[in-house]
Design a binder for this molecule. Structure first.
Ligand code: PEP
Ligand code: CO
Length: 415
């Protein structure tokens, strides 16, 4: 059996598509064009092997409905503006570093869920697993493998929009002014002082795409074999979700065969020796720029775990970039609404940065769930009527996202 199909012999928790039509759909996907270019995948890996800061952000779950040109333009501009904040700081500090911007975009359609079913209006139904698998509407939760074709078409459309926006953007002071969204006035002032002539426009506008590697029927179908190497051409970077980060998982078996850079989500429940095995499995040649370790550990455990992990990585001489996802370890419910407190997110990042500084680790990353519109899904602890705030614009299909002002404040403070 071809290497890229061998994931089927490994453990895949809750594979939704055991459908008889699956092979026919996969054959169709296998004949379609690449979504991203192979040169860009290689370029991203090269950039990740340099001294860099990685900003990875976007929605928990992208949806087919929110994929029109205007929506994608907002997302792109927001990503670039966040990159600009970092780039400006780097210039002011006279540092030379690559700022790498990676969106959770153009394919982030599959969601791992803790529960297969949920109770809604006294009825037990399947949980929502992302638009590539089923539908948010409670009457349309049946898994549908034909959604994979839609996901391909919409992913490709979004990617094309992104390229088009990038090539046609007018990079002037007006572009900077959208940043006006921040609540933080002293920061806003600082932002308007940015001398855009000092910024390398090409570098600033550059971006990459990413998504969780979950639905392997789809990933396998979008894998191309070129000069003896496999590339997943549906995205630039794929990450291994926390739920599938265990020795023997199908996702690891798939990911170890592709050339794309790979993120690995890590929670404190994983044994450090297992993480070492997983990294060595996915990156047997210890290639630089290949592995992005995304630490998503709550504030109580991050210090201890991260220190031990860094020591183990150093002992084994393993090349990785450490990134922090301060959100997935810090999710809570307030008035029965899933949310995240900004203060806790900040504390998590601060702890992460302190530890990395202590060990003189220069390249680093931050991974955030964000929205480019003013949602009220995450919350400041100082807000008194939290329930009222959360009910104002809570529209996510999955996890709560930071609003633009929250995101900008966080990036400005910590990167
Ligand atoms: C996510 O990134 O949306 C996610 C599900 O994260 P994790 O795998 O870290 O729980
Ligand atoms: Co999420």
């Amino acid at each position: 059996m071809e290497k890229i199909k061998q994931w089927k012999n490994f453990e895949f928790k809750n594979n939704p598509f055991e459908d008889k039509n699956i092979e026919q759909i996969k054959n169709k996907l296998k004949c379609l064009d690449n979504i991203v270019k192979i040169e860009e995948i290689i370029q991203l890996k090269q950039l990740l092997s340099s001294e860099c800061l990685v900003l990875q952000m976007g929605e928990c779950a992208e949806t087919f409905n929110f994929s029109d040109y205007k929506y994608i333009k907002n997302k792109y501009e927001f990503l670039i503006q966040c990159g600009l904040i970092i780039q400006n700081k780097i210039i002011n500090e006279n540092k030379v570093m690559n700022i790498i911007k990676i969106g959770r975009i153009a394919g982030q359609f599959a969601k791992p869920r803790s529960d297969e079913k949920e109770i809604v209006d006294n009825k037990e139904i399947l949980t929502y697993k992302g638009d590539i698998i089923n539908h948010i509407n409670i009457n349309k939760r049946k898994y549908n493998p034909y959604n994979m074709i839609k996901a391909y078409n919409i992913g490709k459309k979004i990617y094309k929009y992104l390229q088009n926006i990038k090539n046609n953007i007018t990079f002037d002071n007006k572009f900077l002014q959208t940043i006006n969204k921040s609540k933080n006035n002293s920061f806003k002032k600082k932002f308007f002082q940015i001398d855009i002539n000092k910024i390398d426009k090409n570098k600033l506008l550059n971006f990459y795409t990413s998504k969780e590697s979950l639905l392997l029927d789809f990933e396998e179908s979008l894998t191309r074999h070129i000069n003896g190497l496999y590339y997943n051409v549906s995205t630039h970077l794929l990450w291994l979700g926390n739920k599938n980060c265990f020795i023997g998982s199908s996702q690891i078996e798939y990911l170890k065969n592709v050339e794309n850079p790979i993120g690995i989500k890590i929670s404190e429940t994983k044994k450090i020796e297992d993480i070492i095995v997983i990294i060595k499995t996915i990156n047997p040649n210890n290639e630089k720029g290949k592995i992005l370790l995304i630490i998503r550990i709550n504030n109580e455990n991050i210090n201890q775990y991260l220190k031990e992990l860094i020591l183990a990585i150093q002992k084994h001489n393993i090349n990785v970039i450490f990134s922090v996802d301060p959100m997935h370890g810090n999710t809570e419910k307030i008035a029965n609404i899933k949310t995240r407190k900004v203060e806790k997110i900040e504390e998590n990042i601060l702890k992460f940065m302190e530890i990395l500084n202590k060990y003189n680790i220069i390249s680093k990353g931050i991974h955030l769930e964000t929205s480019s519109s003013f949602v009220s899904e995450c919350i400041y602890d100082e807000i008194l009527d939290k329930k009222k705030f959360l009910q104002k614009r809570y529209i996510t299909y999955c996890d709560p996202r930071l609003s633009p002002d929250m995101t900008i404040d966080i990036i400005n403070k910590y990167l």
